[in-house]
Design a protein around this ligand. Structure first.
Ligand code: EPZ
Length: 418
């Protein structure tokens, strides 16, 4: 089993880091390519496990897919299957996008129900509500989600919960449905906008992505095109917080600063210097940062995916900070591990009280999900002594070349077997 070893208290991070393409856009856009029988090219993909698993799934369905150095050429003209195999799907959270894409392309889909993960329950009732509203018959049995949709027809769908996945999945199923679909109370994440831009470039008719009302007018066919995936705002936020926590001076390149507004605002509130240029962000940390309260919310609120990261930064802040996790119940699995490193955190329901400043100490910890794993790397950078992180496969699922990128910035980090 591979583990990460970090020797902490190694001084501030300094230098430049290039941000990769957005995982959470890529895992939607790759299945979306199934909707067209014409070849498409997707650029700026991160070289991470989720992308390669998705590519394998497409190939297993008869889709031609060839990867070359961050570019994926997909030709779904020969699509011959609609049943994604459990062996591949179980490793991937976002396999549910195959439901909307396959239903939209060939009127049927069989996808193993997505595995849970350590953020608490991950229901897909809103996905099913949307597909059903479009005329699909959806059954869940023997751990499989079966969709029968001989002819999808546009509908008005009001989401009960602001859900990124449900918003995208319904959009995928609606782009070739007959008539107009309106999704209300839609999520507004940049990854949704990127997916809509990809589909519109193929000939779809989607208006309002990025707002809470998305209107889709169905079209018969979609064509081919080339798309460049947006930068990963969560990866960017991870390095911004790491720079702030270590009191470093880090320049992030190839970002869209607008997508980081809630993170920039919060760091500035903590007294951290953040300078913004057109596609760059510079973070200059000074210790100790001020204690602040953080509430996670759907975009443009503070992202839940950076909750564990900002929690580590707050262990260095003078005073008490309150973190409220409003998106996922149970997204505090990382707290126990941080407490083993000396953090002083109390959890009550959806709220965590973080006291600081605290000198963390290195310890063996297990990554429960990819963002918790990233937060343990930052904690390891701050800790006295060595931190060993196991279950690193979670981290590699979503962060391209994370060891190399941290090493270039000055971290004493290495990945070893066993
Ligand atoms: C996406 O997950 C991201 N994953 C998550 O990132 C991210 O944390 C999340 O959005 C919120 O921003 C991908 O894009 C692949 P949701 P998703 O549906 O779509 C509830 C990462 O680390 N809900 O927006 O699964 C749900 O339980 C990952 O990159 C329902 O109740 O999240 C949650 O409380 C982790 N019913 C809330 O909505 C549903 O049918 C938001 O979930 C769907 C969701």
């Amino acid at each position: 089993m591979r583990k990460l070893h970090i020797n902490g208290n190694n001084g501030p991070l300094n230098g430049k880091v290039k941000i990769s393409g957005a995982k959470n856009a890529a895992v939607a856009i790759i299945p979306a390519a199934i909707l067209s029988s014409a070849p498409v090219r997707i650029d700026n993909l991160p070289d991470i496990q989720d992308i390669h698993i998705l590519t394998e799934i497409l190939r297993s369905l008869g889709v031609e897919a060839s990867w070359h150095n961050g570019t994926l050429d997909i030709d779904a003209g020969g699509l011959s299957g609609w049943h994604a195999t459990y062996e591949l799907v179980k490793k991937l959270r976002a396999s549910y996008y195959l439901l909307g894409a396959l239903a939209g392309r060939c009127g049927k889909a069989v996808v193993p129900a997505p595995g849970g993960c350590d953020l608490g329950p991950r229901p897909i009732d809103q996905h099913i509500k949307g597909l059903t509203a479009l005329g699909a018959r959806v059954e869940v049995e023997h751990g499989l989600i079966k969709v029968e949709a001989p002819r999808l027809t546009g509908a008005d769908i009001y989401l009960d919960v602001v859900s990124v996945g449900a918003t995208i999945n319904i959009m995928l199923a609606a782009v070739r449905a007959r008539g107009r679909t309106v999704i209300e109370n839609a999520a507004k994440e940049p990854e949704i906008v990127d997916t809509a831009n990809f589909l519109n470039a193929m000939g779809a008719n989607i208006r309002g992505a990025g707002t809470d009302v998305i209107k889709i007018t169905g079209v018969e066919e979609l064509g081919g095109m080339t798309h460049t995936v947006i930068p990963d705002r969560i990866e960017a936020g991870t390095y911004m917080i790491a720079a702030a926590a270590t009191g470093g001076d880090v320049l992030l390149c190839d970002v869209i600063p607008k997508h980081l507004d809630p993170v920039i605002a919060k760091l500035r509130e903590m007294g951290i210097t953040v300078e913004v240029a057109d596609d760059q962000i510079r973070v200059v940390g000074q210790c100790p940062p001020q204690a602040v309260d953080v509430k996670t919310f759907p975009y443009p609120g503070f992202p839940t995916d950076l909750q564990s990261l900002i929690m580590v930064l707050l262990t260095k802040a003078r005073g008490c900070s309150i973190i409220t996790e409003n998106v996922f119940e149970g997204r505090f699995r990382h707290v126990d591990e941080l407490k083993r490193m000396g953090a002083r955190i109390k959890v009550e329901g959806r709220t965590a009280l973080v006291e600081g400043p605290v000198q963390l100490t290195g310890a063996p910890v297990a990554a429960t999900d990819l963002r918790a794993g990233a937060s343990f790397i930052v904690a390891g950078l701050l800790a006295e002594g060595e931190t060993e992180i196991s279950q690193v496969e979670h981290i590699h699922r979503g962060y391209e070349k994370i060891c190399e990128k941290f090493k270039v910035l000055g971290a004493d980090i290495r990945e070893i077997e066993g």
